[in-house]
Design a protein around this ligand. Sequence first.
Ligand code: SD4
Length: 380
Amino acid sequence: MSKIEGIPILSSEGSVLAIPMFILHHLQNSAQQHRIVSISIHRLKVSDMDRRRFIQTATIAGSSIAILDHTTLLSEDNQREQKPLSLARNPIVISTWDFKLPVNETAYGILNKGGRLLDAIQASINLVEADPTVTSVGHGGYPDRDGRLTLDACIMDEHGNAGSVACIENIMHPISVARCVMEKTPHVLLVGDGALQFALEQGFKKENLLTDQARAAYQEWLKSDEYKPPVDEKNHDTIGLLAMDTEGNLAGGCSTSGMAWKVHGRVGDSPLIGDGLYVDNEIGAATSTGLGEACIKVAGSFLVVESMRHGKSPAEACQIAVERVVQKQPQYKDIDDFLVGFVAMNKQGEVGALSYRKGLQYSLCKEGVNKVFDADYLIK
Ligand code: SD4
């Protein structure tokens, strides 16, 4: 079999074409317009081409060509699996709320240079965790009813790996510890003292993260001494972030100090895989914000991703999850400021967000431009 020079691609008639680079760039742009996830081109022998793997046909620039899915075919050189030459696409980053920080832009910048999803997600979330003016994540977060600031975070990559920490204290960057749990242990979730001990072993520093402002707010709350977990504009700004890299892979992360004045030891949805965050690189990703207990009871982010698996758009999938919450737990409807909401992205790079009541915002960075949007909501 003679070698095929250049980049081969199978036409709809079954013949092999060699495509010059400028046409590949054109295809890349067209593919994005047509919402094709990615075009992966492999160097291979004609005899290795398995047409069953050419699963999607699209008409681009007037000619019908076959688009390869993310399958790996045998290479010409050594007959073993070879990384496909994927055509780059623009990254997409979506996150909960508007933190008035370059959250999405940071991840976008890393991904746009070909950086790793986990590095991008971690860098963005680290920004929010380190900002003492954000009273619901990391440094500056409001404490529990005993005055202790406990943090929850998780991360999930494009391979389905996951790591998380819950109820960890005195560590500025729980998302980074969650990543270490994922990468350096056979476990998924470490909690409390064990999580702290692990973080210190990994070289993280113990710090006082309770700011004067948070302490003053706590003192104020103590005066009323009424335990009623509020979910309002001031205390539900968990950062949940989903990103798609230049190859169309998806990953996400989530970090929070949880609900202000919670019972010591309380863990919300944010560090729980399937609740605060879920990623299935074949389908899509979702993250949640609001009353964690409500989300946990319906495995919210998993439900969003499963709904996308069954053909729903990200917005429809978020609506299904919010509706499920109040169908199954109607008592939440009676809480004045009850809020639960989801943000999602599918494998095609489409996004959606929806919350129970008005108020959820999300930030979306596409083609290098970040914009803040008001999410749709169920109760009009
Ligand atoms: C939790 N869902 O701990 C989190 C906190 C939050 O926006 O308020 N998220 O319940």
